[in-house]
Design a protein around this ligand. Structure first.
Ligand SMILES: [Zn+2]
Length: 387
């Protein structure tokens, strides 16, 4: 649809007063001029040259042209309801040509098209598309009034999605919707301008992810190489979640954690698929033990009737000979305590984590690390311990 611009000069303040307007209505008129050649072009020319009456309108439509004379955000004098009347002050006015040499039916069709365009452009509902008669009772538009209901039906934008430009809108009962809408069992979110959103949106302090089609996502979703988990209501989750009997940890920004994480002063290890690990794990040639609840063990643990010591505070399994709480212990290359015959009941503390710094074979005192990995305080050995 093409709207030809032939604006009244701004200097002609009689017919183009320059009063700003936020259009809320679309008003339909007919020119009542059946003269041969009294088409849109002729009426636009009349307005452009300066109508002798203080009368003007935004658009004139005939069977082959739509011509604009006044910007849509400026007032035209067409309603006849006074200088401050709502018809003049809040409506876009369209004159339909009724020249005898024109095709009136085609003019109606062209008017329907431009009305739909303007409804969408200014978010004007169908009940705000009115005949001139609505404002003053004048019998205008004379030929269209007897078939007004049919005209309105043709103007009404069908329920559903509309994409007039680069953005999608959703109509219901002739009006653009906002907020969450459900269509064919999928959820979409329309912002305050009724524009369908894609990507991350924050609604009522919760994050949601809408795919490239605007569809709200649930479950796992990979965005820019990070995984996120959306509950059944679409809201992005944070913290611990359990799915299919596996635990996952989602950072405060929703990102699925991988590797070591610290929560409530305890360390946990998440595999590359994000699942919390338990039992023995080997990382960078070092062994760690994760309790059944995922918590990294520190101090003595008993596994398969053997004792092991996980160094404080980094949790690394030690091998070789160490003095722990003043007592010397020797551990095999597999980390298992080698019990001396005269030492019948090690360890003395029943596996409770040591809180004091331990000293390893080389006499180094392990430092108070913030991270449980990356320190080097165990014996180096070419043999792989295999708990
Ligand atoms: Zn009229």
């Amino acid at each position: 649809m093409n709207i030809i611009q032939r604006l009244i000069p701004a200097s002609n303040t009689e017919t183009r007063p320059g009063l700003k307007m936020d259009p809320k209505y679309i008003t339909i008129h007919e020119t009542d001029n059946t003269s041969i050649g009294a088409d849109a072009e002729a009426h636009a020319r009349l307005q452009e040259r300066g109508n002798t009456r203080t009368a003007s309108w935004h658009l004139q439509v005939d069977d082959h042209e739509i011509i604009q004379s006044i910007p849509f955000d400026e007032v035209a004098w067409a309603a006849g309801d006074g200088r401050d009347g709502p018809g003049n002050r809040t409506s876009i006015h369209i004159e339909m040509c009724v020249n005898a040499d024109g095709n009136y039916e085609q003019t109606v069709t062209n008017t329907v098209e431009v009305v739909k365009y303007l409804m969408n452009l200014f978010n004007i509902a169908i009940d705000h598309v009115v005949p001139h008669k609505h404002w003053t009772g004048k019998n205008c538009p004379r030929n269209l009034l007897p078939r007004w209901d049919d005209f309105i039906k043709r103007c009404q934008i069908a329920d559903g999605w509309v994409k007039p430009g680069a953005q999608w809108f959703f109509y219901k009962n002739g009006q653009k919707q906002t907020g969450w809408i459900k269509d064919k069992s999928k959820w979409y979110f329309l912002d305050t301008n009724s524009v369908m959103q894609i990507g991350w949106v924050n609604v009522d302090s919760k994050w949601y992810f809408l795919d490239e089609n605007g569809v709200m996502q649930t479950g796992w979703k990979k965005v820019k190489n990070k995984w996120y988990y959306m509950a059944n209501d679409g809201s992005m989750q944070t913290g611990w979640i359990k799915l299919d009997s596996k635990w996952y940890f989602l950072k405060p920004n929703g990102e699925m954690a991988i590797g070591w994480i610290q929560d409530d002063n305890k360390w946990y290890y998440m595999a590359n698929d994000g699942s919390m690990q338990t039992g023995w794990i080997k990382l960078d040639s070092k062994w760690y033990f994760l309790k059944p609840n995922g918590e990294m063990a520190i101090g003595w643990i008993q596994d398969d009737n053997k004792w092991y010591y996980l160094d404080y505070p980094n949790g690394v399994m030690i091998t070789g000979t160490h003095v722990i709480s003043g007592v010397e212990y020797t551990f095999g290359t597999d980390g298992a305590l080698i019990e001396k015959e005269e030492t019948q009941e090690p360890p003395p503390n029943g596996g409770v984590a040591e809180t004091s710094a331990t000293t390893n074979q080389t006499g180094d005192t392990s430092s108070e690390l913030d991270i449980p990995f990356g320190s080097q305080n165990t014996n180096t050995t070419n043999e792989e311990p295999a708990p």
